[in-house]
Unconditional design. Structure first.
Length: 316
């Protein structure tokens, strides 16, 4: 018989009907992780600021209604004019809010496509993902031609993985070339602005403004319409993507670029110290392409700095 004083996770000895002893290993008990972490309450400053904004909004609405009512009491024509002015004044903010909501909703769809593309999909699911990705792209001649080539090359024996790879080549690669051209132009402009900027502050402001413009251009090329909230979301995604990039990959790319100094000189000819700004802008552009592309890049087709310097060096 087993000793009751032994720990529960020790092997127990049980006696069967044939009086032979059998050792049965027992799994150790699960460790107690303690109580689940409690959610931190929201900061009181958020509630205070939200309450003040709500109070101001309520006061503004009351004053507007009173202003229109006073205008109608004065004269019917003045009341109609005041109501029309109030409607025009509200149309702008409402349109901006709808634009922000629509743009953020499209970014949520983009995140969903990225998650689904990383999973194992069958042929039907992959086709639906490609159709949603194609619907997001702007209706340009290059995208329409790529969609036709994709449908012409699609075969019944293609499984989900083959469908996505075909879409990456026929549908997305022409758009990638256009995005790469935008990144090259932004990198050249950043190098020129850095070389000509009179002070470091002006240089920094120009670089940030050009980077935001490049991000918006790339996002629109891949079918996004980001507003303020959307740009913040994209910037957060770029930060997370930059954090996931391996340090070894960055070091190897830096060594390759340093070794190919003639290639850098072709991109940043005569700009001296602006080459550093151009290289940073190019890296930001590559991250923007990685984040905004509806069908994510494979590791083997991810564009590099060398492919931006020499477009003919793009991976197939």
């Amino acid at each position: 018989m087993s000793d009751d004083r032994t720990p529960d996770y020790w092997p127990k000895v049980r006696v069967s009907e044939d009086t032979s002893r059998v050792a049965v290993p027992m799994a150790p008990p699960l460790a107690d992780d303690g109580p689940p972490p409690q959610r931190r309450p929201r900061s009181p400053w958020r509630w205070a600021i939200g309450g003040v904004l709500l109070l101001l909004l309520a006061g503004l609405v009351a004053d507007s209604i009173g202003w229109v009512a006073d205008a109608f009491r004065l004269h019917e024509g003045a009341g109609i004019a005041a109501a029309a002015l109030l409607a025009l004044g509200l149309a702008g903010p409402l349109y901006w809010i709808l634009f922000e909501v629509r743009g953020f909703a499209r970014l949520r769809v983009l995140d969903e496509l990225h998650v689904r593309a990383a999973a194992e999909l069958d042929r039907g699911e992959a086709l639906r993902l490609v159709e949603r990705s194609a619907a997001m792209l702007p209706r340009l001649p290059v995208t329409q031609s790529g969609e036709k080539m994709f449908r012409a090359a699609l075969a019944p024996h293609h499984d989900g993985r083959a469908v996505l790879n075909l879409a990456r080549g026929e549908l997305m690669r022409p758009v990638d070339r256009m995005a790469g051209a935008l990144v090259r132009r932004a990198a050249l402009q950043a190098a020129g602005m850095t070389a000509l900027a009179p002070t470091a502050l002006v240089d920094s402001l120009l670089f940030v403004a050009r980077a935001l413009r490049m991000l918006r251009e790339i996002a629109e090329l891949y079918g996004q319409r980001p507003g303020i909230a959307g740009m913040r979301h994209l910037l957060g995604q770029m930060v997370r993507e930059a954090a996931t990039l391996g340090a070894a990959e960055l070091v190897l790319q830096g060594i390759a670029v340093e070794a190919g100094g003639s290639l850098l000189s072709r991109l940043f000819t005569g700009l001296g110290g602006g080459a550093v700004a151009g290289q940073r802008m190019a890296r930001l552009g590559l991250l923007a392409m990685r984040v905004c592309r509806p069908i994510p890049f494979l590791d083997s087709e991810m564009p590099t700095l060398l492919s931006l310097v020499d477009p003919g060096d793009e991976r197939a």
